[in-house]
Design a protein around this ligand. Structure first.
Ligand code: ADP
Ligand code: MG
Length: 315
């Protein structure tokens, strides 16, 4: 478990992190969400012992990161925002270096490197210089060094920034896999990133905590999604067909001619049924798009200017 009490980091007169207190339980995928400049990297650097706090206490499984750094750091694998890789080494040479720094016994180091390279899918790149790898592969090398030695807590600062959609899915799957038997903490400024993999979420803005909850609770129990559909045909016919479909909630007709709006619960997606129903009544769908989820609205509300930090809650 990670316990943070009254954490403050001040640069000049500016509070980059402003009195944060929270606890992260074991074996969960924990999302650390906030807009750019919110203080995510600063907090992660302090939790991992890379930066000293101005005030506050950080306990990693009961060990104080300031007074017992060696013990506390043993529990943690960290991928900072900019992966700390040496470009003139190959992934294998680099991981050998990291393994020695982590004091992994010589007899185990090679099999441990093989294990993490297998997990992050970089075995086939092990002998190529890191400077010749794509951003996605470099990121995987970065993740490999974090999980080398199998620490129980893995902290990843914006691990998917700059990756293409396919690489993002790969890294997401890896995070989910790691989350089965590790505590994984990852930061992001993108809500969908966090809601796809995390159970528990903390949102910070301007260094202060604005929310700490499960994704489910944050979104009011359900992850309701909203759809805007454009269809050709008789309005009443379409309305009746849509209303009779299981899972179509809060049906409404938009001001614009031919636009229909409805919402649905994430676990009961009726869009395929809508497609077949429209086809049956010969009313072609011209477009169907998902609108921002209500969770996104909550996030924006929480981090926007008018949030009342003193009292909590949006003004
Ligand atoms: P995030 O990771 O959420 O984007 P950061 O933790 O990097 O945010 O930064 C939080 C705030 O602290 C920002 O306003 C940033 O400009 C400021 N900051 C970060 N590091 C320093 C530093 N070394 N000196 C001065 N200000 C800093
Ligand atoms: Mg950052």
């Amino acid at each position: 478990m990670i316990e943070v009490n009254g954490l403050i980091k001040t640069y000049g007169k500016h509070n980059a992190v402003n009195n944060l207190s929270f606890k992260i339980p074991d074996n969960c995928v924990f999302g650390f969400l906030g807009p750019n400049g919110a203080g995510k990297s600063t907090t992660m650097n302090m939790i991992t012992g890379c930066l000293s706090p101005t005030e506050g206490q950080i306990l990693i499984n009961g060990r104080d990161i300031l007074t017992e750094p060696e013990d506390a750091k043993k529990y943690i694998g960290y991928l900072p925002e900019i992966p700390p890789v040496y470009e003139d080494l190959t992934p294998y040479e680099y991981l050998l270096f990291v393994g020695e720094a982590k004091k992994i016994p010589k007899s185990q180091i090679k099999s441990e490197i093989d294990r993490v390279m297998e997990l992050t899918n970089i075995s086939h790149m092990k002998n190529r210089l890191i400077k010749n790898l794509s951003k996605g592969y470099r990121q995987r090398v970065g993740i490999s060094q974090a999980i080398l030695g199998n620490p129980p807590i893995i902290i990843l600062d914006e691990p998917t920034v700059g990756l293409d959609p396919e690489q993002i899915i790969d890294i997401r799957n890896l995070i989910k896999e790691l989350g089965k038997n590790h505590t994984v903490i990852l930061s992001s400024h993108i809500l969908s990133e966090i809601s796809a993999v995390c159970g528990l979420v903390m949102i910070i803005s301007k260094g202060s905590l604005v929310a700490f909850d499960t994704i489910e609770n944050l979104s009011g129990g359900t992850l309701e999604k909203s759809v805007l559909m454009e269809a050709k045909g008789d309005k009443n016919k379409i309305e009746n067909a849509l209303k009779s479909i299981d899972g179509v909630n809060n049906f409404g007709i938009s001001d614009k001619l031919g636009f229909y709006q409805f919402s649905f619960d994430a676990e009961n997606d009726p869009r395929e049924k809508v497609f077949y129903a429209m086809s049956e009544i010969s009313c072609p769908i011209m477009s169907m798009s998902l609108k921002k989820s209500s969770l996104e609205d909550i996030f924006l509300n929480l981090v926007q200017e008018n949030y009342d930090y003193e009292k909590g809650g949006v003004k």
